[in-house]
Ligand binder design. Structure first.
Ligand code: ARE
Length: 585
């Protein structure tokens, strides 16, 4: 056995509490080597005689590893544990001191005490959420009276420039809420709406005001209330990494220089504080003068922005925040942010924007989940460009899923595109079939599907700013088939609890044929998803043990009917076709 491949740490994502008295443990072993895995556990202060044993289940595999998982009951919250791994030839013990055939020599792992702050409490509603992202300047123009000067005609077929304005606003969103409800989404994420001179509003000049081009306090309130009336939750975008250059504190520093009481709110390199030719201060990314970086680790800066976030959460009754450039803001700020926001709305969802490994931020004390750009990368490489085999695809998704606690994995915002990326249909080289297969996957994989406005009606667009064209509203220009496809899948997702709340098991992966299948199980109910991403029609034989012999499975997408016979299901799919297997009731 390759002992050096065995891995566990007594911390998230390998050990994390589900509750104050339940510790979930995860161990990674070399693929195919371990036939059985148990954990022996007890209170840290009790003797070995009082310990108990939990059988771990193999829950995932990638190209190299297997993962085993189980839950240790921890009534005293103080846990020590040691793993026992069985292979064909031997039994190994694994603890803090290492791996050994002698139990004593392996030592034990300690999870010293389960604290409340380590329990990742994702709001219950998030498990049932389907998010729709709106870029307000481009979604709908509901009040022409607010249009800025030089507004362009609402044309969806011409690429916008980075400084174009089209006149989208909050009233426009209000008007379209029934349409969003018809589509079947139940959560809106709006990119920033506070006062800012740009069309994207990520350079905020006044955090206490709605941008006048978008509306005012009252319109905003009406928008949130209308959404709530339709059962739709609303999340705002929190930009606390940097402000705009017109932000009062930054203006003060520009005016008063070193005498400004706000000079420490920014990292000023030189006075006077000029913006060009080179900004004399740290900014977001490299040299973006209108985005001065904020020193959120300072108590007064932290307090100011926590008050801002609290104010909007309370006054508007919003349901959470998406956090901009969240991995570049200090962790102490996010801890305080979570506490403050949750004290106003205990059900608020907190989602960071991070394109990479989000592990450290998802340990209970900062955010609930992230915009899942790693999901997007995998989906592009498998469905859009077909660079990855089914095995690679599944491996990448698995290691991402195993890198975070289960609560976070089931609340990830699984996106195909956003206001920062090329649109997915464009990425698929306009191949609608590929796009639909990816949507089927997005709607059935663990996590929250996030639709970027317009994708559901077939909008195209290259990278920023082209991905921000005005929404297509003329029905004859919308791809209605694509809209119906989204609506159907969202509806199935809402009706089938396993797709929202179920666990995930790989069912079949065949890279040569492009076949990928998985099962989602919730309580006693299992739903299967089978995808033919290859270039040929295939008959696929799948083990049917999730259901009883003779069970009839229906595919609501094609109307197909399958029967479990001799513990197997046969399913024939065209190239680029996917099926959902739902037991007949
Ligand atoms: C503008 C122009 C762009 C131009 C850019 C640079 O529109 O065409 O390329 O300037 O000069 C906002 C606006 C953007 C604007 C930007 C700067 O929406 O239109 O771009 O401000 O003025 C990284 C960060 C991530 C960030 C992305 C953009 O980690 O946080 O870059 N995303 C957020 C928002 C953006 C917003 C900002 C941050 C700033 O979602 O909309 O931009 O508030 C890799 C890296 C990632 C990187 C990613 C994208 O994968 O690993 O870390 O994300 O690429 O670049």
């Amino acid at each position: 056995m390759l002992l050096e491949t065995i891995h566990h740490r007594p911390e998230s994502p390998y050990a994390y509490p589900l509750e104050l008295d339940q510790l979930r443990v995860r161990i990674r072993t070399k693929k195919g080597e371990v036939s059985g895995c148990r954990v022996f556990h007890g209170d840290r202060y009790r003797s070995e005689e009082e310990e108990e044993e939990v059988l771990l289940t193999q829950t995932a595999s990638d190209l190299w590893f297997d993962w085993f998982e189980g839950v240790i009951p921890a009534p005293t919250r103080r846990v020590q544990y040691v793993f026992r791994l069985d292979t064909e030839e031997n039994t190994w013990w694994y603890g803090e001191k290492g791996i050994s055939q002698e139990r004593g020599a392996a030592g034990v792992f300690h999870y010293a005490y389960i604290h409340e702050e380590a329990v990742l409490r994702v709001p219950e509603w998030a498990r049932d959420a389907a998010v729709y992202q709106i870029f307000p300047e481009r979604f709908a123009n509901g009040d022409a009276g607010l249009d800025p000067e030089g507004v362009l005609p609402w044309k969806s077929n011409t690429p916008p420039k980075s400084d174009s304005f089209y006149g989208g606003d909050l009233k426009g969103i209000i008007d379209r809420i029934p349409w969003l409800a018809e589509l079947g989404v139940n959560t809106l994420y709006l990119t920033p709406i506070f006062r800012s001179p740009s069309n994207h509003k990520y350079n905020i000049d006044d955090y206490e005001q709605i941008d006048p081009g978008f509306g005012d306090w009252k319109t905003c309130k009406a928008m949130v209330e209308t959404a709530h009336h339709y059962g739709i939750r609303v999340l705002f975008d929190g930009v606390f990494n940097h402000s705009g250059s017109g932000f009062f504190a930054f203006r003060d520093v520009q005016e008063k220089g070193a005498a400004s009481p706000y000079k420490n709110w920014f990292r000023i390199r030189d006075f006077p504080v000029v913006m060009s030719p080179q900004p004399h201060y740290e900014t977001f990314a490299d040299h973006i003068p209108d985005m001065p970086k904020l020193m959120t680790h300072l108590p007064e800066v932290r307090e100011y922005f926590l008050n801002v976030a609290e104010y909007w959460t309370r006054e508007m009754g919003i349901d959470g925040w998406r956090l901009d450039v969240a991995n570049e803001v200090d962790a102490a700020f996010w801890r305080a942010f979570r506490e403050r926001i949750r004290s106003v709305n205990p059900d608020a969802l907190i989602v960071g924007e991070i394109w990479h490994d989000p592990g450290p931020w998802l340990r209970g004390d900062q955010w609930d989940s992230v915009m899942n750009y790693r999901f997007r990368e995998a989906v592009i490489s498998f469905f859009a460009t077909c660079e990855w085999t089914a095995e690679e695809f599944e491996a990448r998704l698995t290691s991402a899923r195993m890198g975070v606690p289960e609560q976070a994995a089931s609340a990830m915002w699984n996106l195909l595109g956003s206001h920062d990326t090329e649109r997915f249909l464009t990425r698929c080289n306009h191949d609608r079939k590929r796009f639909q297969l990816a949507v089927l996957f997005q709607m059935t994989y663990p996590g929250i599907p996030m639709i970027y406005y317009g994708d559901e009606v077939g909008m195209e667009g290259g990278p920023d700013p082209d991905c921000r064209r005005p929404m297509v509203w003329e029905e004859e220009k919308q791809d209605r088939e694509l809209f119906d496809f989204h609506r159907k899948l969202l509806d199935l997702r809402h009706r089938l609890a396993p797709l929202r709340r179920g666990d995930y098991r790989t069912w079949k992966v065949d890279g040569k044929k492009g076949i990928y299948a998985f099962l989602r199980r919730y309580q006693e109910e299992s739903v299967g998803v089978v995808i033919n991403n290859g270039d040929r029609r295939r008959s696929i034989r799948l083990e049917g043990t999730a259901w009883g012999e003779g069970a009839v499975l229906l595919d609501p997408l094609s109307g197909g009917r399958f029967t479990v016979e001799e513990k197997h299901v046969f399913c024939t799919l065209d190239a680029g076709q996917g099926a959902l297997l739902v037991p007949e009731r």
